[in-house]
Design a protein around this ligand. Structure first.
Ligand code: FAD
Ligand code: UDP
Length: 364
């Protein structure tokens, strides 16, 4: 007899939603987590009365009303709208690409003037664009590519823009209206009081063991439950038998400053390649904080190795091919559900993670 119905490896968003859904259906779940806290990458920590997004800035956004209602059960969300800025050699530009960006870059006042300028600068690109460089120039022209994208992207991905897939840049909206909202989604906000409370509420009623790596006692943990829900890296599950998948890692340098407002915005991207970090996050602005101090995080993009945290999957042809081989093995694994951003080797926003769990659990 198994003591639990589900052993959930990883207390990130995927694991927490899964545990919540199944305990509410009367199933017994055990969650194990190798870090010393719950929440995975959405973990937030209270420092100087400010909720600090310890693994990078997280803004919840979705167009799916069901997912928005679901997440709002666990926290009240504020009306924060993400409007990052780009700093190129001290010049400040609005993101995503919109009329404010085009106006600052070229003095364009009307959408037609901006479109004309983009046509002028993208004329020599042959359709369809083959890589990230060509895609960006064809969408927004060469000036924006050179000032806002080239240096930042090469820092972020550690690769030349000509070697990167075009779809990466398609994440960013291009708009011919004066609108600095980074996302096109209907619903958006930050949980008042941080993200960790959401995971804590989701795990109420679930047994939890922190600071334990599944692979250190795999046989023991497997014997405890009928089904394993695995949200770690898929290649590690199979002992890297086809070789490791590649990721980008991130290093954060946090500072507490004796000023109430360091940069006037939650997110500022530094797009010149000579600045070693990619962005500075000032956490209090996510919740319109009025504290006397501020906490900032410098974000440095880092080459990944097996001893570092994997953050961004590198979904190029090589890695996607390798992932397919692991996925084939995963499909044959009996009584194991692979999920989350590491289990599916996919950059997934939080709403997509929640949606995928709700779909899986609805069919169990
Ligand atoms: P994770 O949060 O990684 O959780 C997996 C957990 O499993 C981890 O806690 C890990 O420690 C644990 N684990 C792994 N292996 C083992 C093991 N062997 N034994 C025990 N435990 C193990 N999404 C948005 O919607 N909006 C944003 O603004 C946004 N910003 C982001 C910024 C950054 C820098 C990054 C990297 C991601 C961002 N995301 C954002 C995506 C968001 O972080 C993910 O959607 C979400 O965290 C995925 O949850 P998960 O449970 O799949 O993975
Ligand atoms: N990007 C850029 N300059 C910026 C912001 C984004 O070059 O100031 C590029 C970069 O290649 C990044 C991609 O656009 O990987 C997608 O941006 P997004 O903000 O979605 O990245 P993430 O949220 O994953 O950090």
């Amino acid at each position: 007899m198994n003591k639990f119905d589900y052993l959930i490896v990883g207390a990130g968003l995927f694991g927490c939603v899964f545990a919540n859904e199944m305990t509410s259906r009367g199933k017994k779940c055990l969650v194990i987590e190798k870090r010393k806290h719950i929440g995975g990458n959405i973990y937030s920590e209270n420092i100087e009365n400010i909720n600090v997004h310890k693994y990078g800035a997280h803004i919840f956004h979705t167009s799916n009303k069901k997912i928005w209602n679901y997440i709002n059960q666990f926290a009240d969300f504020n009306h924060y709208i993400n409007s990052p800025l780009a700093n190129y050699k001290g010049e400040i530009y609005n993101l995503p690409f919109n009329m404010n960006t085009f106006n600052k870059m070229w003095g364009a006042i009307t959408p037609d003037q901006a479109k004309e300028k983009i046509r002028e600068q993208s004329g020599q690109i042959k359709e369809p664009p083959k890589n990230l460089e060509e895609m960006t120039i064809s969408l927004v022209g060469r000036d924006i590519y050179e000032k806002l994208i080239e240096g930042y992207t090469e820092k972020q991905w550690g690769r030349n823009c000509k070697e990167l897939p075009a779809f990466i840049i398609k994440r960013l909206p291009v708009r011919f209206v004066y609108d600095n909202n980074y996302f096109n989604d209907t619903y958006q906000g930050i949980p008042i009081g941080g993200y960790t409370q959401i995971c804590k509420k989701m795990l109420a009623g679930t047994e939890l063991i922190l600071s334990v790596d599944y692979f250190d006692q795999k046989e023991h943990f497997d014997s405890l439950a009928k089904t394993v829900v695995y949200t770690g890296t898929i290649d590690r599950y199979f002992d890297y038998c086809y070789g490791p998948l590649q990721y980008r890692s991130i290093r954060f340098e946090n500072k507490i400053l004796n000023t109430d407002n360091f940069q006037g915005n939650a997110v500022i991207n530094f797009t010149h390649r000579d600045i070693p970090y990619t962005r500075i996050i000032e956490h209090k602005h996510f919740e319109f904080g009025k504290q006397e101090k501020t906490v900032i995080s410098y974000e440095y993009s880092d080459e990944w190795n097996i001893n570092k945290e994997p953050y961004y999957p590198i979904n190029d042809t090589y890695n996607n091919g390798l992932y397919e081989k692991y996925r084939y093995l995963a499909e044959k694994e009996v009584n194991v559900i692979f999920g989350g951003r590491l289990g599916s080797y996919k950059y997934c926003d939080m709403d997509k993670v929640v949606e995928s769990v709700l779909n899986i659990t609805a069919n169990l």
